[in-house]
Design a protein around this ligand. Structure first.
Ligand SMILES: [Zn+2]
Length: 563
């Protein structure tokens, strides 16, 4: 990959003496396999790995363990620069820095108590004066402009986060309530800072003090006054000194990549993510004091099964018509970062990939033996799945190539890809997802089933890829309409970059393609993912609007009809 390797693993990589893949060794007995599966899951889901959050020490420890296991298994390194590691950069969630200050008139406010910066804030120091502008709403169609008569040039726009009828889904001002829109309104009129407050606590909720998602910052400092801070806000013209400090860091994550070269033209990718939620990253469903999320089922189970497949496939003479690339992905929980980075900058040519098998949460096979297989619409060849009896499982398939795990990144590059999944449970994304709740014989049955898939397809031909009719991944009950795009979660610029377009949905009809960056839906700017979702939430079925987007640096627009 094009990114320089960072150094925490340099020592481990310095003395790689790799044996060539040794074929013809005896197949592991079931009891030995079960022991190894337990060891791998218990090690990866141990408290010492601290939940394996991408970009942390826990991730590095887990990667080191997987590299050791790859080495033992005789896999050749196929990451960056002849190592097992494949680095990718990602934007970490922003954090509030130590240097936020706000002075209103003579009052020095206390950061965190009287005020806090919002995710929309730029980092800046501004000396200015108060300019009150009610809600900061501009709605000519309703005859309202809160900036009328306000001298805003060079001032701090001070406005309530509520609206004339409060904040709720049936508000008449719904299309104007977005804080980002109000900030942009003020900045357009010359404001050099924005100060929000909540003077309507029964009808509006304070914005969160922590940053739960990446917001595209505006060009000015943006702070929120708490109740105690609001009490100190003076009159128009009072002096204001603001200094905002938000830490926006890029971090590095690492996939671990090992190769079994059988000297064949096509390579099968076998993948499973090894990262998890750390002490409760975004995505955690647990509410309480920070706690280690061990992620035994999600997804130490998939990694352990991957390691079992690596051992077994070398001992199976009827599986040698492909090469095998084993990838333990990181960054999955934060938005498929690792698999997306690998699929876009692969360490083996993407055209040489035959198909991809993803295992994410395969550790909770229940007594009925139900195994879900997602993505069977990605190639006609997956029809064989129905005929396989290995593991005595009852399989349930879905067609779509787009889902909430790493196979999606391969599907989007035109690689047939399926995802194995033993189902969700009540410790999903909670600290209770521990190694003692994993069904180890169940994992072995899943491994045997996948091995029979691989041997059945072991005839030297490359699988045909087919596109699937997908559900939009942004489709949630909040939305009555969908555009039908897969957002690029790695994209950090202004707008929403499209990673894939769903067939038969409005975006496809409008001619949008992967790589396009949506910057506006109708009247509503879409500066980031959050802005896009908010804009989308304002449309209903049957609406017509236009989408404005950038393609190769050119601004284009196309009509959109929401079905
Ligand atoms: Zn997960």
């Amino acid at each position: 990959m094009h990114l320089p390797n960072t150094l925490p693993f340099a020592a481990a990589m310095a003395c790689l003496a790799l044996p060539f893949a040794v074929h013809g060794q005896p197949f592991m007995s079931d009891s030995a396999a079960l022991r190894q599966l337990r060891t791998d899951v218990y090690t990866l889901a141990d408290d010492s790995m601290m939940g394996r959050e991408t970009g942390t020490k826990g991730e590095q420890m887990a990667a080191a363990y997987i590299m050791d296991r790859f080495r033992q298994l005789g896999l050749a390194p196929m990451g960056d620069d002849h190592t097992y590691l494949n680095a990718f950069r990602f934007a970490a969630l922003p954090r509030t820095g130590p240097d936020n200050t706000l002075q209103l008139g003579r009052a020095k406010l206390k950061a965190g108590t009287d005020f806090y910066p919002l995710g929309y804030s730029a980092n800046a120091q501004v000396l200015t004066r108060v300019a009150r502008c009610r809600y900061g709403i501009v709605a000519p169609e309703k005859g309202r402009n809160d900036f009328e008569g306000v001298q805003l040039e060079g001032r701090a726009a001070c406005m309530s986060i509520s609206s004339p009828d409060g904040i709720h889904p049936h508000s008449a001002w719904l299309a104007h309530n977005d804080l980002r829109t109000r900030i942009d309104n003020a900045v357009k009129r010359g404001a050099t800072a924005v100060i929000f407050y909540n003077d309507d606590p029964d009808k509006a909720t304070d914005p969160p003090a922590e940053f739960h998602m990446k917001l595209q910052p505006s060009s000015v400092p943006v702070v929120f006054l708490t109740k105690s801070g609001l009490a100190k806000l003076g009159q128009d013209g009072d002096p204001v000194v603001i200094h905002t400090d938000i830490i926006r860091e890029e971090k590095t994550g690492h996939n671990v990549v090992g190769f079994q070269n059988n000297g064949k033209p096509w390579t099968v990718v076998i993948g499973a993510h090894y990262d998890h939620l750390g002490m409760g990253d975004e995505g955690s469903l647990y509410r309480g004091e920070p706690a280690i999320h061990n992620g035994a089922d999600d997804n130490a189970s998939g990694v352990a099964t991957l390691l079992q497949l690596a051992a077994d496939l070398r001992a199976m003479p009827n599986a040698r018509n492909n090469n095998y690339l084993f990838i333990a992905f990181s960054g999955e929980e934060k938005g498929l970062f690792g698999s997306s980075a690998w699929a876009k900058h692969p360490t083996l040519p993407i055209d040489s990939l035959n198909y991809m098998i993803n295992m994410d949460m395969v550790g909770r096979l229940d007594s009925t033996g139900h195994l879900a297989i997602n993505g069977v619409g990605t190639s006609p060849a997956w029809a064989v799945l129905a005929t396989l009896k290995a593991g005595n499982l009852s399989t349930k398939t879905t067609e779509g190539g787009i889902g909430p795990s790493d196979h999606t990144s391969f599907y989007l590059q035109g690689v047939p890809a399926i995802h194995f999944f033993t189902g969700s449970h009540d410790s999903y994304h909670k600290p209770a997802d521990d190694a003692d709740k994993v069904n180890y014989p169940g994992m072995l049955r899943v491994a045997r089933y996948i091995e029979s898939v691989i041997t059945t397809l072991n005839d030297s031909t490359k699988l045909t890829f087919t596109k699937t009719a997908d559900k939009d991944s942004t489709e949630t009950p909040r939305f009555t309409v969908t555009l039908g795009v897969v957002p690029d979660y790695m994209y950090d610029g202004t707008g929403l970059r499209i990673d894939g377009v769903t067939e038969g949905k409005p975006a496809a009809h409008a001619g949008l393609k992967a790589g396009d960056v949506v910057i506006r839906l109708g009247e509503h700017a879409t500066p980031d993912m959050m802005g896009y979702m908010k804009a989308l939430g304002l449309f209903k079925k049957g609406d017509d609007t236009k989408v404005v987007f950038l393609r190769d640096g050119k601004q284009l627009e196309a009509p959109v009809h929401f079905q």
